[in-house]
Write a protein that binds this ligand. Sequence first.
Ligand SMILES: *Cc1c(COP(=O)(O)O)cnc(C)c1O
Length: 386
Amino acid sequence: MMTRTDTAVILPKELVPSDKRFGSGPSKVRPEAVAELASIASEYLGNSHRRPLVKGEIERIRVGLSELFSLPAGYEILISNGGTTAFWDAAIVGLIENRSLHYVFGEFSERFASLADASGVLDKSFRVPSAFGTHPQPVDSVPHDIDVVALTHCETSTGVQMPVKRPAGVSSDDCLVVVDATSAAAGLPADPTQFDVYYFAPQKCFGAEGGLWLAAVSPAAIDRINRIAAESLSTGTRYIPNFLNLAQVIDNSRLNQTLNTPALSSLFFLRHSVDWMLNNGGLAWSTGRCLESAEIVYSWAEASEYATPFVAEPSQRSNTVATIDFAEPIDALQLAAVLRSNGIVDVESYRKLGRNQLRISLFPAIEPSDLQILTGAIDHIIEKLY
Ligand SMILES: *Cc1c(COP(=O)(O)O)cnc(C)c1O
């Protein structure tokens, strides 16, 4: 066996994917989108975000996403700066009324619950946890003081997907279903009647860049946001920072603009991906592509002597982020290092999960054929090193 530093395996040409980016965010930006941006760069980049050129991109993003998700009448797409992390803070001051319920099964779902607890403006959250690598069972009945149920469609840190389903017996007048779809939106099927807020950032399934957040919101969510903002103004009991004011986000989004200056390249890449998905068949197509990729990676791992899907229950294995454990004596960090020395990047597992694991993005932009090649490359490296 070779030592960890001895990573000189050069992959043969046929085992080098056409694109070597398999990170779960930032993720592969499609070369076609980059080329198109380059071709219009001098007319597009560096333009005012208050002029029709950029506002037109935001309008197409909002209309296109409504179409992609088949949003019912009255639902809207919100857009603002700061990524999903900023949305969490905005939700804590302007969407959760008193107390939220969180399904906690990984780093991201845990973080939202912890931020809510640390805020000082909400009652202590109700947590429904499960072991990492599984998702919690939905509660039979939601406690009466809960006004937001926080779901995570794909827990990116563990590669677990959880269905988006409104709990039985709760009405969106009292309790909103708020879904972190950061690494799921466009990659996993979702029925909009089952959520009130479906939020995400464009650097995952949409192959754009970080720094924005978007959300599909129901009429009930819009009412809640506007009511909390109005109460905050009239009673002064809850301070809502300007940057996190969701009522302001609604107003700006309706004008196809963001509160402050957005990254124009990110808007371009997002719009480009939405068009790409719609032109190819919409959500059925983009989720189908992820399903095809998932089948390639999980069936390879199941058939392998040394690789196993980390998520034991097949229905809980994410179609957008695959986590694959490796058995002794294989060292996943070494595998990742050898892949990296061949230009294949970002398959290291989520650092805090601490497993002997690779994490492989299955986002729509990634060619299923490249995943097939990647599994061959991993087999080849293992054969050479062990
Ligand atoms: C990446 C990710 C986040 C954080 O997104 P940022 O845009 O970096 O703030 C939150 N939740 C999930 C599920 C994620 O995958």
